[in-house]
Design a protein around this ligand. Structure first.
Ligand code: PEP
Ligand code: MN
Length: 264
């Protein structure tokens, strides 16, 4: 069902209030790795608004390698974030880690993110197939492109067609970067599926000074959107500061991506 053979026209997802993914415009989503508190949310909102970025990312349920790392503010953090984002006219994308969170998060999210560690959590995918809200599935840590497409098939066949796919890098033998961003996945996914394809250069390379280069390559490769991590002070971020852009760097990147997208 997610194949281009089944549906020729590209899927366009309308989040309301004129926010559209998969159309002619490049969808830009940005914000911190983790939602940390009121001041950080406010700083990020002000910045995104100044750039005309309409979708804010951030985690309130964080899948951390170590259980002792910051694991997110949970549902109360999401409620606070939602209230502030709504007032500012921004949409929210945030990760859902388990089935029991779907319902409690429902009123406070615009896009449910399925993280790389949950790409093949088939129970979660089944349940998200029944929800009337957009879902972005990230490629699994060691997942193939076909496995990502089968994960999408779970959600789509359940009845939820508001689906986005995200290339976020895969694990290889290469240790020079956090993950190996698979630029090939972008044109291949665009050829195979009608779903919008989003690039995550932040987790894709994991090195702040190179995030912009991978982001630009993704735009040229045909991505429908880019999601990247930003923070007023990356050095103080609770998670993933090493791959997070400050607002000055983010502004430069947003401008460059939009200009390049126009030439595509
Ligand atoms: C994230 O987007 O913050 C995240 C945890 O990503 P991934 O699931 O790709 O590791
Ligand atoms: Mn992160």
């Amino acid at each position: 069902l997610v194949s281009n053979k089944w549906k020729v026209n590209p899927t366009v997802i309308d989040l309301g209030d004129g926010v559209i993914i998969g159309g002619d415009e490049l969808a830009i989503m940005s914000g911190p790795c983790s939602i940390e508190g009121e001041e950080q949310i406010a700083d990020t909102i002000d910045f995104l608004k100044s750039q005309g970025v309409k979708i804010m990312r951030g985690g309130v349920y964080k899948p951390r390698s170590s259980p002792y790392s910051f694991r997110g503010l949970g549902i109360d953090g999401l409620k606070l974030w939602y209230k502030m984002a709504k007032e500012a006219g921004l949409k929210i994308i945030t990760e859902v880690m388990q089935v029991s969170q779907i319902e409690e998060m429902y009123d406070y999210v615009d896009i449910y993110q399925v993280g790389a560690r949950n790409t093949q959590n088939f129970n979660l995918l089944d349940e998200l197939g029944k929800v009337d809200k957009a879902v972005m599935i990230k490629r699994g840590i060691s997942g193939t492109i076909d496995e990502l497409l089968y994960s999408a098939e779970y959600v789509f066949s359940g009845g939820n067609e508001k689906l986005l796919l995200c290339e976020r890098g895969i694990r290889t033998y290469e240790k020079a970067s956090r993950n190996t961003f698979d630029i090939n996945a972008i044109p291949i996914l665009k050829e195979k599926t009608h779903l919008p394809v989003i690039a995550d250069p932040s987790h894709g390379i994991g090195i702040r000074k190179h995030v912009g280069e991978v982001a630009m390559a993704s735009v040229i490769a045909g991505a429908d959107g880019v999601i990247f991590e930003s923070h007023s002070c990356p050095e103080k971020a609770y998670s993933d500061g090493q791959q997070t852009l400050d607002f000055k760097e983010s502004e430069k990147l947003v401008k460059a991506m939009r200009e390049t997208h126009k030439l595509r």
